[in-house]
Each structure stands twice: as structure tokens, then as C-alpha cells.
Design a protein around this ligand. Structure first.
Ligand SMILES: Nc1ncnc2c1ncn2[C@@H]1O[C@H](COP(=O)(O)OP(=O)(O)O)[C@@H](O)[C@H]1O
Ligand SMILES: [Mg+2]
Length: 232
């Protein structure tokens, strides 16, 4: 089966206090389409850095990263932005919706960027996605006018806008109370059942247990990996 993510000997250094600190060491990872990978491990150990490399938000210091058939290390920032818009949906801990835009406008935005659909089609699709996440009635509201759980569900609708094969989420329930986290959990379970590939950093045990694979990152290395790719 074709890999959707392939990392080969990936390192990431950051300058810290006048020296280079290696935050990720020799990461080798293969992920296949439809896997739901929970990334766990203590804070400050490189989990977000790993996600940022997968989405091309950040660049590796060394090594190769191939996602959905594209070698990211060869792309300029401009090309990476275009590539990301079509290939990856990103869900952040703090939602990061644009505050001056309604939930509907936030959901339309990634489609504007890609320019594949007409204005009406984009609006229709955004409404459909907001319905899917249970927010049809709140479509015209601003992020500040809805709860944290609703903002996160809108962020998931936005992440799905361009129907990307890969969804990346960094502690998506980290800022939600338990009841609200449950409704967000259901959405991710639904995406898993639809066969999306999910890479998710989470401290939420229920989410981690719903994953097909658990990757533990410690001190910038893959410490354990429950379901090795060679089971495929
Ligand atoms: N932009 C950056 N510049 C310098 N150091 C960074 C940067 N981003 C992350 N780091 C450092 O990299 C390490 C891993 O961070 P991170 O990937 O955010 O960990 P986690 O997500 O596991 O909590 C930490 O020591 C952090 O301080
Ligand atoms: Mg983090």
C-alpha cells in the first residue's frame, strides 16, 4: 500500500541560548492511508514540532519528508502554502478561527484559497460541513459569540473544507471541558470511520484509545510505536 506520510532520518534543531538544541532526533516514520495515529508524550518533547514538519509549517534541519506524494523539503514557502491548502486540514488547540469572520466565512476561506468551486458552491459546501459538525444554526455567528466546543467544531469544519486526505490535530480537546471534548471526539471518530488519515497529538485518553496506532515521543525520539507500519 502507498504511504501517505514518510519521514526518513528527520532532525530538527532550534537555536536556544546561543547553541543549537536538537528537538527531534532521527525520526523515521511511515503512515498508511486510513491510519489514526495518536501522538503522546510529555510536554516539551517535540510533538508539536513533528506535526509542524508534517504540514510544512516548519522545515526539517536534515532528512526527508514526503506527504501524499510530495517531497516537502523541495518546496518554497509559497508552494508549501498552496500544497497545504489542498492536502492537509489542521486543527489547533486554540481553534484559531479568524475573529472578524462568521463561522460560515471561516469555513469558506480555505475553499476561496483553492479557487476550485464557484462562490455558491463554496457557500453550500461550508453550510453542509457546518451541519455535519452540528453548527448549522450558528453559521452566521462570530467565533466570540459561540462556546469553545463550538469554535473547535467550526475549526474541524474548516479543516475539512477542501476534503484533504490528511487531518492533523494538535491537542484538539486540550482547551475544552470533558463534556465538550466528547462532542469533538465523536467528530474525529466519524472521520476515522470515513477513512481519513489522522495524526493527532492528544492527552485525552479516550481519543488516544480510539486511535489505531499510538506513537510515543520522548526527548525528541520515537520511544514506542504500538502498531508498526509493517502490519499493513
Ligand atoms: N520556534 C521554536 N524556537 C525555539 N525552540 C522551539 C521552537 N518551537 C519549539 N521549540 C522547543 O522545542 C522543544 C519541543 O517543543 P514542542 O514540539 O512544542 O513540544 P510538545 O509539543 O511535545 O510540547 C521545546 O524545548 C521547545 O522549547
Ligand atoms: Mg505541543
Amino acid at each position: 500500500m502507498k504511504k501517505i506520510i514518510e519521514l526518513k532520518q528527520v532532525y530538527k534543531d532550534y537555536p536556544q541560548a546561543g547553541t543549537l538544541q536538537t528537538v527531534l532526533h532521527d525520526i523515521n516514520l511511515d503512515v498508511y492511508p486510513g491510519e489514526f495515529v495518536a501522538i503522546v508524550g510529555p510536554s516539551g518533547n517535540g510533538k508539536s514540532t513533528l506535526l509542524n514538519l508534517l504540514t510544512g509549517i516548519d522545515h526539517p534541519s536534515r532528512g526527508k519528508i514526503c506527504v501524499n506524494g510530495t517531497a516537502l523539503q523541495n518546496l518554497s514557502n509559497e508552494k508549501l502554502t498552496q500544497w497545504r491548502g489542498a492536502n492537509v486540514g489542521i486543527v489547533f488547540q486554540f481553534f484559531q478561527l479568524l475573529p472578524a469572520l462568521s463561522l460560515l466565512q471561516n469555513t469558506v476561506l480555505p475553499m476561496d484559497f483553492l479557487g476550485l468551486l464557484s462562490k455558491n458552491q463554496r457557500r453550500e459546501r461550508a453550510m453542509h460541513l457546518l451541519e455535519l459538525v452540528g453548527l448549522a444554526d450558528a453559521a452566521e455567528r462570530l467565533p466570540s459569540q459561540v462556546s469553545g466546543g463550538q469554535q473547535q467544531r467550526a475549526a474541524i469544519a474548516r479543516a475539512l473544507a477542501n476534503d484533504p486526505p490528511l487531518i492533523v490535530a494538535d491537542e484538539p480537546t486540550g482547551n475544552l471541558d470533558a463534556a465538550t471534548a466528547d462532542s469533538v471526539f465523536d467528530l474525529f471518530a466519524h472521520l476515522r470511520d470515513q477513512g481519513k488519515t489522522l495524526m493527532m497529538v492528544t492527552h485525552n485518553e479516550m481519543l488516544a484509545d480510539a486511535a489505531s496506532r499510538k506513537l510515543e515521543i520522548r526527548c525528541g525520539r520515537i520511544h514506542t510505536d504500538t502498531s508498526p507500519a509493517d502490519t499493513f
